[in-house]
Design a protein around this ligand. Sequence first.
Ligand code: HEC
Ligand code: CU
Length: 325
Amino acid sequence: MNRSEFLSRIFVITGIILAIGAPLVFWTRTPLIHARMAENGGWNPDIIQAEVGQPLDLKLTSDDVVHGFAVGQMDMQSVDVLPGKVTDLTLIFDKPGIYTFFCTRWCGLNHWRMRGTIEVSGSSADPEPASIPMYVTLDLDIDAPHESPVVPQQIPSAIRGQELITNSPILQSPDYYRSHSPYQAFTDLSHTTLAEPQRWDVVAYIWQSNTTPESLANGQQLYAQNCAACHGENGAGDGVFADDLAASGEASMQTMTGADNMMMQSPVDFTNPTRMLGASPALLQGKILRGGMGTGMPMWGSIFTEEQIWDLVAYIYSFQFKYHY
Ligand code: HEC
Ligand SMILES: [Cu+2]
């Protein structure tokens, strides 16, 4: 599915008007949307109605720190929402549906909870069939442990792997790649005459064959913006919020609705081969789409497009393999 088919087009006109003490009655036509850190209430209002094809004028301001505003699954530039200022934004939706808007600035531990919805009514010329995530069709339990029983002695190298194998049916099969963990691919290569370290190199090559430099660069950028604060810049699970997550997570969660029975966990260490070589792309995609349901791992399904999530998955594996482009 290509990007332009997947994304609804959006037209964004932005501008910032200084609210120099001017009475806000001036803007009665469009109510002002207030942004606050999630623990202080998040967006208010957090449900906005709109109609297909009709410009939706938004006025945004912050009551505390700098926040950002963007709409998920859209090709839009995020805008800053500043304290004491009003940001004007006009959106036009060309497809009906429930859209998620979210904060794009790391404003605190609960930054990612700053979300709201835009309900767009009307009809669309070409309704899109909802796509069922792979973890559902494969009947994967994405919460079950998925450890790789063996791990390589050194980081597998796609360069060496490419020299070892040039044609194999599993090399260029996106379906194979998405539904198998690196460990399963390693096992499937046991019929070859290759020694174990070489089989791992071939696995690295298979993983590299199923991504592109563009996809990895895209994944890296999305990762830096949205994931590194917890999972760490280098994937080691040591982001700036990692400690806070465990320590203050529980306390701050209690003020949130639906926060009962939560089991906060530490962000996953993507450099850990035992864990990551036992995970298939479908499993990682499922976790990113759905989130951890109370573990502290946010759900991103309404924020990113399918393509963006595969880019993130590809990038996560780059902590395990040496690629060459
Ligand atoms: C607020 C902290 C936080 C942020 C931000 C966050 N994560 Fe996580 N993530 C976690 C925690 C905690 C876990 C472990 C619990 C779980 O698996 O549900 C986790 C688990 C995961 C897993 C499961 C890995 C496995 O082996 O099961 C994946 C994949 C993942 N995160 C990807 C991402 C991506 C991609 C992003 C950014 C788009 C992201 N995370 C942002 C906290 C976070
Ligand atoms: Cu924010």
